[in-house]
Unconditional design. Structure first.
Length: 297
């Protein structure tokens, strides 16, 4: 299993054993939504449905936050509320007012919620205590926050901080597109996004396009900044870096796939996890160096 996105944090004060971690997470496991609950959150097994909550391979750890959410669109509530309002209007002889309509919608919601379908999703997080990384597989800040919030509730004393580099991703990506040398560990691919700095923030996107053209340089000279850039690391992993220091569209390339195919392990999940956690720390270290190193608080 390979992460598709990397939301990158530094972790400090992590001295929790796998057994202690498992016990802590087991106090906050996911349960099905109660009849009047819209959403439920809790820890689930990252691997098998009935497996441990903490999946450990060597010194690397994988956990997963499960979220169950009921599907009750506003349009459905409004539809039933409209029918209910028509019945009440016929009974009382006049249309329900604003306050009464609010009460009708609340009543309709309470009727529909216990019967609503529920969907579940997982958000994975990888803990690398050796190199001090905590990485969440999401590009959605809200999903990352909900995982960290429950982790703080489950484990006291641990600290997470978003990685901050001395040079911003935007400034470095823009310099590369303007013609500056790209470090040997990275190559620029064929997708990018450039945004203007004015009030209108004019945006230009290139997809499967050569990024060393005079047209790109002209945009940079006009003041546009790179906010997204597709890259490849050491011919092993391709990804897109954005202005928020997020890595998206993580894709292992042929070199990595050959390692996976050559593995004699029966468990593809563990093989993927072992190779991913073996390669990504080096990618992140190279990226930090490229961006001028980290700003430590």
């Amino acid at each position: 299993m390979w992460f598709k996105n990397l939301q990158i944090y530094r972790i400090t004060n992590w001295n929790v054993s796998p057994a202690e971690f498992e016990a802590a997470l087991s106090k906050h496991t996911l349960h099905s939504c109660l009849s009047m609950e819209m959403q439920s959150r809790g820890w689930v097994s990252p691997k098998a449905e009935d497996g441990p909550l903490v999946h450990t391979l060597g010194q690397q750890t994988l956990i997963a936050l499960g979220v169950e959410k009921k599907l009750l669109p506003v349009s459905v509530i409004n539809q039933f509320a409209k029918l209910r309002a028509a019945e009440i209007e016929e009974q009382q002889g006049y249309k329900p007012g604003r306050k009464q309509m609010k009460e009708i919608k609340e009543f309709v919601t309470s009727e529909l919620l216990p019967r609503a379908f529920a969907l579940r999703r997982k958000t994975y997080a990888w803990i690398d205590p050796v190199n001090g990384w905590f990485v969440i597989d999401t590009s959605n800040a809200a999903k990352a926050d909900e995982l960290i919030e429950l982790l703080h509730k489950s484990i006291e004393g641990c600290s997470f901080a978003l990685v901050k580099t001395r040079k911003s991703p935007t400034s470095v990506m823009t310099e590369w597109l303007a013609g500056d040398d790209v470090p040997a560990s990275f190559t620029i691919d064929r997708d990018c996004e450039l945004c203007g700095t004015g009030d209108e923030k004019a945006t230009v996107r290139y997809v499967r396009h050569a990024l060393d053209s005079a047209e790109i340089i002209r945009h940079v000279k006009e003041g546009k900044k790179a906010t997204r850039l597709a890259m490849t690391w050491r011919d092993k992993i391709s990804f897109t870096l954005n202005e928020n220091m997020q890595l998206k569209r993580i894709t292992p390339l042929d070199f990595i796939k050959e390692q996976i195919d050559a593995s004699e392990a029966d468990d593809v999940f563990d093989t993927d996890f072992a190779i991913m956690t073996g390669e990504l720390p080096h990618l992140l270290a190279d990226l930090m160096d490229t961006l001028g190193g980290e700003e430590r608080i």
